[in-house]
Design a binder for this molecule. Sequence first.
Ligand SMILES: Nc1nc2c(ncn2[C@@H]2O[C@H](COP(=O)(O)OP(=O)(O)O)[C@@H](O)[C@H]2O)c(=O)[nH]1
Ligand SMILES: [Mg+2]
Length: 452
Amino acid sequence: MKLNDTIAAIATPAGEGGIGVIRVSGPASVEIIRQIFRPAGKTKAKLESHRLYYGKLIDGAGEIDEVCVTLMKAPRSYTRQDSAEISCHGSPAVLRRALKAALASGARMAEPGEFTKRAFLNGRIDLSQAEGVIDLIKARSEGAANAAFNLMRGGLSSRIEAVKSKLLHQLTHLEASIDFPDEALETAPDKTLASGMGEALKKMEWLIKSYETGKFLKHGMGLVIIGKPNVGKSSLLNGLLEEDRAIVTHHPGTTRDTIRAETELAGLPVELIDTAGLSDAPDEVEAIGIERAIQAAEAADVVIGLFDGSREWEKADERVLDRLKKARAWIAVINKSDLPEKLEWPASAPACVRISVKAREGLEELLGEIRNSAKSAGDVSLEEPLVTRTRHLEIFRRIAEDIKRAREDLPLGRELSAASVWDALEEIKRFTGESYTEEILSVIFDEFCIGK
Ligand SMILES: Nc1nc2c(ncn2[C@@H]2O[C@H](COP(=O)(O)OP(=O)(O)O)[C@@H](O)[C@H]2O)c(=O)[nH]1
Ligand SMILES: [Mg+2]
């Protein structure tokens, strides 16, 4: 991997924009800026780091644009190398010509994620923080952005650092008694070591569990609405999306297929799915729709069971409730609270939320319940550093296994136990990227866009 050449890229998205940014990083950055930028006024003096200069961008053919340029001298830059940013007018033609000028002056085109890769290879951030950067750029909801920001700032790294220092402490005691078995060294007894390992294991188990919530933030939460015909399922989908996505009529059996829509609810990225009503006497098409509704409910992360408060409780509601109870997580909701209530909610049934899609009442409470079901899955608050990536989950599971083994092997011999602690420390290195393979790097950085 080359680090000593200078890379350049358009860092802003394709298309027109108020501003478009060209990014340059590497040892030749200052020289390149000197060649293609003329600061306004008489400031012929050398450009200082971390100051904004206004002036003209030029190439061999003449003036390109009026721009603002910032130099960031090493090591105080994103990549820890000399870097520059040129803010041009956000025209694709201007940006292409500006990039060409930088390339003609000695830069080469950056690969996707190469700026961040340099930040990692130069030790400014660890591998998990680089993953946080890409997750932040790709975040589709407030909750996802929060989790990514946390990861980028080293939220998981610091938790793992705490586990690592505990393990190193254990290792010191384990190895001391291996190296000097005959000397009466003051090493901790097995009981103390085992309880220290237990604490490290607890921290790992908390992180592993947090994935139950964290996975929703990265991969989205599947939320399926089921209920008998005409209870307002399609109306609820539309109400939550705040657009008329599904057809709503007073005819039972309007929705015959599942309808899917991606949105953000309660800060979570959600795939919302409306289904055909679970009717008692379906025709042929309805029967297929019902089959799909049942499949969707079985695959869902959370199922909303919708009931019509303005009608009496009937067999079909009973069946919806039974389906609901089979779901991984579910919320019972009574709709049409704007009408007089005729539904007798069974005493044995669990608590429910009352809403009126029509009057837009109770929807906030429902959103709160959706958020709660995401939180309680992992038993954590959404503000804490959560595991959102399977790469981290897999490493953390292996670390937990290693620690468990180290604890179990204590009575069998300190050497054996130490070997497992070493294994755990190796896994931690994989998490931080202290040890990595080209393959891992390309998997991670290929996800990036050019210019980051
Ligand atoms: N009064 C009242 N009517 C509603 C409410 N929500 C839906 N409806 C009506 O109930 C009927 C069935 O709605 P729809 O969304 O198609 O139900 P679905 O068959 O469960 O998808 C329509 O006439 C809606 O306008 C509500 O909160 N209050
Ligand atoms: Mg419908």
